[in-house]
Design a protein around this ligand. Structure first.
Ligand code: TGC
Ligand code: FAD
Length: 395
């Protein structure tokens, strides 16, 4: 009796994680990957070098047409796709650049999720279909100059004045802040932390672009200043109440990062694998040296383990069983894995690795931001620590 021949691992999907995906999820992956490789990849190094996205409105429209804004939201012109499908989209976008996945995360997972979860029916009808289509851009203002990891210490304040609200304060490091049509702004009130919708152009509201970033350069980051901004009563997101409201939006964006980090890691590993096979030193390809093979082994293990982590968290999410500590686990583990892979891939590229001709250093420095925003590595370590011990060590 002849033995069945088992196919050897595919270097591009070593544990055959993707081949196990259902056809519908693979189709979404392929659509986003084709778009990303055709429309984004040829331009991203120039955008990164220029330190901006030259046409954010055009990019928003293209993402809207692709259907990735609010992709996992049901109704209001959104695709209502599975959590895994949304994760795959984030993975394929971040394989090009973390800043481009951020654009989608902030719009869909933060601004649109806040409106969807906590907005009135009028607010949802007014903003969500236009945001899903990429005709309106949103941003999400939680962080302040003096409160990042500890958003409960925010100083931005909204006080009642008749039926109006008056908003004062500063938000810092806000992705898409200066190109947004509407800012979701979190402020302390006499009734705890609440969310507000502040349209661009409201008197007293200014957005100042942050320059001189060395990371996430293909992304717009801004400071938002609110100086006696008068808002009508219906600017309040009526369902928002307490710090748990913005944190529940963060879970959605952090989930996208769990997958996105796999994309950045995969892109670095694949660049290193290709480079190692063609670059020759000492009379042969550097891929033939034991030390390079060790690097490739470390990278392929990290990429595949991170992929499995993302898929399992995605399946939990689709089953309605994903706790926010699962998401902390994924963000903590996968971003650290991606950082290791990016650093190793850069070393495989030698001097070429420090240029924008290759993606590795761009991913490596982007991942410094990814490890910082949406809860730093330390904050997620503390969340996991609290989860397994029952003891909070945040304070
Ligand atoms: P704590 O007392 O623990 O919690 C306050 C209330 O919130 C609940 N909660 C959560 N709810 C939903 N999801 C979560 N992940 C939650 N974490 C906590 C908690 O149960 C409690 O509810 P209740 O009913 O008892 O009041 O709050 P704390 O002040 O001790 O802070 C906890 C901590 C440190 C985990 C939290 O503040 C935190 O996550 N800090 C990190 C801040 C952060 O991630 N900022 C991100 C800003 S947005 C951004 O970076 C966008 S980047 C662009 C992109 O995504 O691409
Ligand atoms: P800090 O909180 O001051 O932390 C500094 C250091 O202290 C970190 O290493 C941290 O882990 C550590 N630390 C803090 N507390 C503890 C503790 N209890 N135990 C141990 N260590 C601790 N925010 C938004 O609201 N919206 C956005 O769209 C947005 N986009 C961003 C885009 C970019 C490019 C960047 C860089 C940031 C963005 N952020 C955004 C802000 C981001 O969420 C914050 O930078 C992040 O939450 C960390 O806050 P911080 O920078 O103030 O650092």
């Amino acid at each position: 009796m002849s033995e069945r021949r088992i196919t050897p691992p595919d270097p591009h999907d070593f544990l055959a994680v993707d081949s196990a995906l259902p056809a519908e999820e693979r189709a979404i992956r392929d659509t986003v990957r084709d778009f990303a490789e055709r429309e984004l990849l040829p331009n991203v190094a120039d955008w990164f070098e220029a330190g901006t996205i030259p046409d954010p409105r055009g990019l928003a429209k293209a993402f809207g047409d692709l259907g990735v804004f609010g992709m996992h939201v049901a109704g209001y012109g959104c695709a209502g796709a599975s959590a895994v499908a949304y994760g795959l989209a984030c993975r394929e976008l971040e394989a090009v650049d973390s800043g481009l996945r951020s654009f989608v995360s902030v719009q869909g997972s933060l601004a649109m999720t806040a409106i969807h979860k906590f907005g009135s029916e009028d607010q949802k009808q007014k903003w969500l279909p236009r945001m899903a289509a990429g005709e309106a851009i949103g941003c999400f203002g939680l962080t302040e100059p003096d409160s990042g990891s500890d958003p409960g210490a925010m100083r931005t304040r909204a006080r009642r004045d008749g039926s109006d609200w008056v908003l004062d304060g500063t938000k810092m490091w806000i992705t898409n802040g200066s190109v947004a049509d509407v800012a979701v702004v979190w402020a302390a009130t006499d009734d705890g932390i609440r969310g507000f919708l502040v349209p661009a152009g409201t008197p007293g509201f200014t957005a100042n672009v942050i320059h001189k970033k060395l990371s996430l350069r293909a992304s717009v980051t801004a400071e938002l200043v609110f100086d006696g901004v008068r808002l009508p009563a219906d600017a309040l997101l009526p369902g928002s109440k307490g710090l748990g409201s913005p944190l529940s939006c963060l879970n959605e964006a952090r989930y996208g990062i769990v997958w996105g980090a796999v994309g950045a890691a995969r892109a670095c590993y694949e660049a290193a694998l290709e480079y190692a096979g063609t670059r020759e030193q000492f009379g042969g390809p550097i891929a033939g040296f034991q030390l390079t093979q060790r690097k490739l082994a470390d990278m392929v293990v990290d990429v595949n383990q991170a992929g499995l982590t993302a898929l399992q968290i995605g399946r939990l999410k689709d089953a309605g069983a994903c706790h926010h500590n699962h998401v902390s686990f994924g963000k903590f583990a996968n971003v650290a894995a991606a950082q290791r892979v990016a650093r190793t891939a850069r070393s495989v590229h030698g001097a070429n690795g420090i240029t924008l001709e290759y993606p590795v250093l761009r991913h490596m420095v982007n991942l410094e931001t990814v490890a910082t925003y949406e809860g730093t590595e330390e904050i997620h370590a503390l969340s996991i620590g609290q989860s397994v011990t029952g003891i909070s060590a945040f304070r």
